[in-house]
Design a protein around this ligand. Structure first.
Ligand SMILES: [Zn+2]
Length: 108
């Protein structure tokens, strides 16, 4: 585990994990997690190194857990973020934040 962040507004530790970062359970402030510690290098299906802010293209249909629809092949995901975990690519598709496995994308 990396060091737990504190709320930038009220400085309370142990924020809740939200879709886009953290949410403070005390004052309700939400903020983006910009920490990059602990993130391994992420490579696309062709072995190219991905960096935050890159655009990627989906190469396989993806299903979204518990939600209707999914992400179609060829969908472009702009300005990705990289996060720790099994689904290291975070991006927005149709206004929804999605997490994607690295070998399901290629660098745009
Ligand atoms: Zn707070």
């Amino acid at each position: 585990m990396s060091e737990a962040p504190t709320c930038p507004i009220c400085t309370m530790p142990e924020p809740l994990i939200a879709d886009d970062g953290f949410e403070c359970g005390t004052c309700g402030h939400e903020w983006i997690d910009e920490a990059t510690d602990g993130i391994a290098d992420v490579f696309d299906v062709n072995g190219k190194l991905l960096a935050p802010g890159d655009d990627v293209v989906i190469i396989k249909d993806l299903k979204l857990d518990g939600k209707s629809g999914g992400i179609k092949v060829g969908t472009k995901v702009k300005s990705i973020r990289l996060i720790p975990g099994d689904h290291p690519i975070q991006g927005k598709v149709d206004g929804r934040t999605v997490l994607i496995i690295a070998d399901k994308v290629k660098k745009a």
